[in-house]
Write a protein that binds this ligand. Structure first.
Ligand code: C2E
Ligand code: MG
Ligand code: MG
Length: 571
């Protein structure tokens, strides 16, 4: 047990560099994995690596400590434990801090042994460092589940209980000696961990510290996963587990495939009692085993149906790229005065074999949740560069192609390298590409985002803020970030000629943009009167159905050949 907790990655947050270095060295000597953070931004960046625990100095708080820590805790991955260190002479707002999400309070000087002890108190059976560390006896498992349910009702989180019924051809799992059991426990733990860690956007890995396993009967496994916020997470965990548990294994000198039936029940939807949830999950797992070779069944029918549809969609989205089902549509961005096409926005669509043309709103959120937005986003970037270069080589007017970015691309890839690769591969000059980011993207890890955008902008690529006015709209970041243009969100443009509030907002954005030397684009312009209103305000460019909806490349090419939209028309 003594070396069980150092495997919980620790984030050490303290503005005092000297104190921090001293404490960090001391913990590292004891075998802990320690990351450090000097301020809030570094702390937020540190959360990306899913620390099991955050040891944070009270001095980090800027302003009212309870409010400050509440905000910080809300940004951390679910299940992260917060330990606050403080000087014994300090007066603390104990209640406020506890309700802000601080789990434990530690007086300085800190001792690693005490930290380990406190962490141990929070999760009695230790983290999953040893291969079999998260296994429990069935009674202890139910007791622990009961306690977990009490915590979950308090913080309104969900707990998934998953049961797996395993059968291995050629092996009788019902009669194993202690060594055999240990070997199986190790194998199953490894696979369970791999299932969580293989998740594309990394969000499941943060649930690992809470994972507990038991074997209520030979060949049957039960696991509890606390800290879930949405039901679909249990479906994703189930799907990953099934994939990993049924991986081929060696049995008597040949490879065999374990048959797995998986059953899932979730608190509070499927029951409020530990025993009931465990029984429901096991019953669903047995049914799954009876009904098919490797099946996953949810205790609740409705959830089963929903999860099935979603997983089916996820599976086919995964294949959409290789099956060449994705399409880029192009929508012109037009100079308000001259009506010349200045650029095209690339908008992705999914040509689904059965569902038809699926708009991005219906699959981008799923793609972001599963991490599939990374390959999709890269594909769109490459396609944008390739198409623009092809148009240029065909002698069409030189325009810039703009591509929407997702926050996941900032977090999970070296965006600069990806962008440069796409440009190099196509031969397009850098100024032929523009990127669209949203306000919330800038607020998410502003330091790193700003650095990445600086590099991109220094390479001559323009950056605009999409859907402007719907997010934080903080003036300070407009100055701080290397931005070239603002795109006024369609919701303000829609009624700009009839609603005085919208007119005032659009006017303010245009004036502010111009005073900061930014170009302003209005999105969603559908009528000549909206265009006229924006033209009088000297809004630089407009985009919208008035000139053209997003269209496939061949139709976009026709518009581009025309170069300028005539005065009196909508296309
Ligand atoms: P967006 O970037 O703000 O794109 C503008 C959206 O407004 C497009 O919807 C476009 O069809 C629609 N639109 C343009 N003019 C008008 C108009 O006059 N009237 C009306 N009613 N709508 C208009 P779309 O293509 O459905 O895209 C929706 C959103 O999906 C985009 O909003 C963007 O945030 C996202 N998206 C699209 N392609 C990609 C992509 O490749 N990557 C990422 N990360 N997001 C994308
Ligand atoms: Mg956009
Ligand atoms: Mg937009």
């Amino acid at each position: 047990m003594s070396n069980a907790f150092p495997s919980v990655p620790l984030l050490l947050a303290d503005p005092d560099a000297h104190a921090r270095a001293e404490v960090a060295a001391c913990f590292r000597d004891e075998g802990w994995t320690v990351a450090e953070a000097a301020d809030r931004a570094a702390c937020l960046a540190g959360f990306a690596s899913a620390p099991g625990a955050v040891l944070v100095a009270h001095e980090m708080a800027d302003g009212d400590p309870a409010t400050w820590f509440r905000e910080l805790v809300s940004e951390a991955p679910r299940g992260t434990r917060f330990l606050l260190s403080f000087e014994p002479t300090m007066e603390l707002d104990w209640e406020g801090l506890a309700s802000a999400g601080i789990d434990e309070f530690l007086e300085r000087p800190l001792r690693p042994g005490l930290v380990r002890h406190r962490l141990g108190r929070m999760a009695p059976s230790a983290g999953p460092s040893e291969a079999t560390g998260c296994w429990m006896e069935p009674d202890a498992f139910l007791g622990c589940l009961s306690e977990t349910l009490i915590t979950a009702s308090g913080d309104e989180s969900k707990v998934a209980v998953i049961s797996a019924v395993l059968e291995v051809p050629g092996q009788d799992l019902t009669c194993m000696d202690a060594n055999g059991e240990r070997a199986w426990n190790e194998r199953l733990t490894r696979q369970a961990h791999a299932a969580f860690e293989a998740d594309e956007d990394g969000s499941l890995a943060s649930l690992l510290p809470g994972l507990r396993l038991c074997r209520p009967q030979p060949g049957v496994m039960l696991m509890m996963i606390p800290g879930i916020t949405r039901l679909q997470e249990s479906a994703r965990i189930g799907a990953r587990l099934q994939e990993h548990l049924s991986q081929p294994m060696e049995q008597g000198g040949r490879m065999v495939e374990p048959q797995v039936g998986l059953g899932i029940s979730a608190f509070p939807e499927d029951g409020r009692e530990a025993a009931q949830l465990a029984a429901n999950a096991q019953e669903a797992a047995r049914r799954a085993r009876r009904e098919g070779s490797s099946l996953m069944i949810f205790h609740t029918e409705a959830m089963g149906r929903w999860a099935f549809e979603r997983l089916t969609l996820e599976r086919s989205l995964r294949e959409a790229i290789s099956r060449e089902e994705l399409r880029v549509y192009y929508q012109p961005r037009v100079d308000t005065e001259t009506r010349r096409i200045k650029g095209m926005e690339c908008l992705v669509r999914w040509q689904h074999p059965e569902l038809g043309l699926v708009p991005p709103g219906q699959f981008i959120p799923l793609a972001e949740e599963t991490g599939l937005i990374v390959p999709i986003g890269e594909w769109v970037l490459r396609e944008a560069c390739r198409q623009n270069q092809a148009w240029r080589e065909a002698g069409l007017p030189k325009i810039a192609m703009s591509v929407n970015l997702s926050p996941v691309q900032f977090r999970r890839t070296d965006l600069y390298a990806v962008v440069m690769d796409a440009l190099a591969e196509s031969g397009l000059e850098n100024s032929g590409l523009e990127l669209e980011v949203t306000e919330s993207m800038l607020m998410n890890d502003p330091k790193k985002t700003c650095e990445t955008l600086q590099r991109i902008k220094s390479a001559g690529i323009h950056i605009s803020i999409d859907d402007f006015g719907t997010g934080y709209s903080s003036l300070s970041y407009l100055k701080r970030f290397p931005i070239d243009a603002l795109k006024i969100d369609r919701s303000f443009v829609m009624d700009v000629t009839t609603n005085p509030d919208d007119a005032a907002i659009a006017t303010a954005i245009i004036l502010m943009g111009h005073s900061l030397k930014l170009s302003v684009v209005a999105e969603g312009v559908e009528t000549e009167s909206q265009l006229e209103f924006l033209r009088v305000l000297q809004c630089n460019e407009i985009q919208g159905f008035l000139f053209s909806p997003p269209v496939p490349a061949d139709k976009a090419e026709v518009l581009l050949r025309m170069e300028t939209f005539p005065r009196s028309i909508a296309a």
